[in-house]
Write a protein that binds this ligand. Structure first.
Ligand SMILES: Cc1cc2nc3c(=O)[nH]c(=O)nc-3n(C[C@H](O)[C@H](O)[C@H](O)COP(=O)(O)O)c2cc1C
Length: 349
C-alpha cells in the first residue's frame, strides 16, 4: 500500500489509540512488521519526564518527539505516523511536533481537519489522511483543501461508528440502528475521488476488522487497506498497563457500550464503571485540570467527567475509575499475543 510518498508491504494501519495505548512501542513494532504504526498524540505528555503537573501543553509536543524517536529506534526504516484529533486544544502544536519529529503521515479525525495542509505546508512529504464516517465529510474536506491549499488527501480512513473504538463520528441515536453501511461508504468515497478528482488514493476501512477473514472481506468489498485498533491492545507491545489488557481479556459482549464523552461525541468503551468515573470527578468539585479539549462539557459546565484524566488512569491500570475505550470486537481477545503473530495470521501465505 502506498500513501503519498510512503509504501508499506502490507495494507494495514494500526489505529492511533489515546491516551498512550498506542505509544512508541506499539507503533514501532507494527512498522517493523511491515504495517503503518501510529502514535496517538492526545495526552502523550502526561507520563513523560517533561510533565511537571501544571505544564500539560508544554509537555505534549516534547513528549511526542521523544516517542517518535523511540519508535524509529525500533523500526528505523518503518512508516510511522501520528494520530492528531481536531477536537484537542493543542491540535496545531501536535501536528507541527509530528512533522518536526519525523512523522511520515498524519491521520486526523474527531472533527474535520480543514486546515491540516496549512499546518504541514513546510513538510510536503508528510502524507495527510483524514478520518471520516460519511461521504459528505470527505467531500467537505476535499473541496476545502483543494480550494484553499491546492492539495487533496493522500488516503482516507472511513471509520465505522457501529464497530470502532473510542470517539465516534456519528450521533448517538444513529449508532447501531443498522442504517450505516461501512463498505458502501468506502466505495462511495473511492468513487468520489476517482470521478470528481481523477485520483486513485487508498480508501481504508476502520472498525470491526479482527482476523484474516475480516481483512479479506474488507479488501473484497472495495477497501484498499484496513485500520485496526482493538486487535492490537492485547499485544505484548501495546503501551497500556497489563490491567488494561486484562480488562479486554475478561470482557463479554454485554460489557461493551456507548457513552457520551464531554467532547460532545459518543464513544465506545467498557461501560460498567462509567458512573464511578463520573462520581469521582463530581465529588472532587469540578475544575478542569488541563483544558485539553477545545469544547468540553466538563470544563464549561462540570458535566460528565474529565476525559483525558479518565483515559490516562486507565492506561496506568486503574480499572475502577479509568475509562477503557474499545471496539465491538474486544470480547474476542483471549490471550496476549505479539504484533508479529498478528501479522503472520493476517498475511502469511
Ligand atoms: C483504546 C482505543 C483508543 C482510541 N483512540 C483513538 C484516538 O485517540 N484517535 C482516533 O482517531 N481514534 C482512536 N481510536 C479508534 C482507532 O484508531 C480505530 O480507528 C478503531 O478502533 C478501529 O476499529 P477496531 O478497534 O474495531 O479495529 C481508539 C480506539 C481504541 C480501541
Amino acid at each position: 500500500m502506498r500513501i503519498g510518498k510512503h509504501e508499506v508491504p502490507y495494507p494495514l494501519i494500526q489505529g492511533g489509540m489515546a491516551v498512550r495505548v498506542s505509544g512508541y512501542r506499539l507503533a514501532g513494532n507494527v512498522a517493523r512488521c511491515g504495517g503503518i504504526g501510529l502514535i496517538a498524540t492526545a495526552g502523550i505528555g502526561m507520563d513523560s519526564p517533561h510533565f511537571k503537573g501544571d505544564n500539560y501543553f508544554a509537555a505534549e509536543p516534547l513528549a511526542l518527539k521523544d516517542e517518535l524517536a523511540k519508535a524509529y529506534e525500533i523500526a528505523p526504516d518503518g512508516i510511522i505516523g501520528t494520530n492528531c484529533m481536531v477536537a484537542v486544544t493543542d491540535f496545531v502544536e501536535l501536528v507541527k511536533a509530528s512533522c518536526e519529529g519525523g512523522a511520515k503521515l498524519i491521520v486526523s479525525g474527531a472533527g474535520l481537519p480543514l486546515n491540516l495542509p496549512e499546518l504541514t505546508a513546510d513538510w510536503p512529504d508528510v502524507a495527510l489522511v483524514p478520518i471520516v464516517s460519511s461521504l459528505r465529510a470527505a467531500e467537505l474536506i476535499a473541496r476545502k483543501w483543494h480550494k484553499s491549499y491546492h492539495r487533496l488527501p493522500d488516503a482516507v480512513v472511513v471509520e465505522d461508528p457501529d464497530t470502532a473504538g473510542g470517539h465516534l463520528g456519528e450521533k448517538l441515536e444513529n449508532i447501531g440502528t443498522g442504517q450505516y453501511d461501512q463498505y458502501a461508504t468506502v466505495r462511495d468515497v473511492k468513487a468520489y475521488f476517482q470521478d470528481k478528482w481523477d485520483l486513485d488514493i487508498p480508501i481504508i476501512a476502520a472498525g470491526g476488522v479482527w482476523d484474516r477473514a475480516d481483512l479479506q472481506n474488507a479488501l473484497q468489498q472495495g477497501a484498499d487497506g484496513v485500520q485496526m485498533g482493538t486487535r492490537f491492545v492485547c499485544t505484548e507491545e501495546c503501551d497500556a498497563d497489563d490491567a488494561f489488557k486484562q480488562a479486554y481479556l475478561n470482557c463479554n459482549k454485554e460489557d461493551i457500550g456507548l457513552l457520551m464523552s464531554p467532547a460532545g461525541l459518543p464513544g465506545r468503551a467498557l461501560v460498567a464503571n462509567v458512573e464511578a468515573i463520573r462520581e469521582r470527578d463530581l465529588e472532587m468539585t469540578p475544575t478542569c485540570p488541563t483544558g485539553c479539549l477545545r469544547k468540553c462539557a466538563y470544563k464549561s459546565k462540570g458535566e460528565r467527567f474529565c476525559i483525558v484524566h479518565a483515559l490516562d488512569r486507565a492506561q496506568r491500570g486503574d480499572m475502577k475509575t479509568g475509562l477503557v475505550f474499545c471496539g465491538t470486537n474486544a470480547w474476542k481477545a483471549t490471550r496476549i499475543e505479539t504484533v508479529a503473530e498478528i501479522f503472520d495470521e493476517l498475511f502469511q501465505d
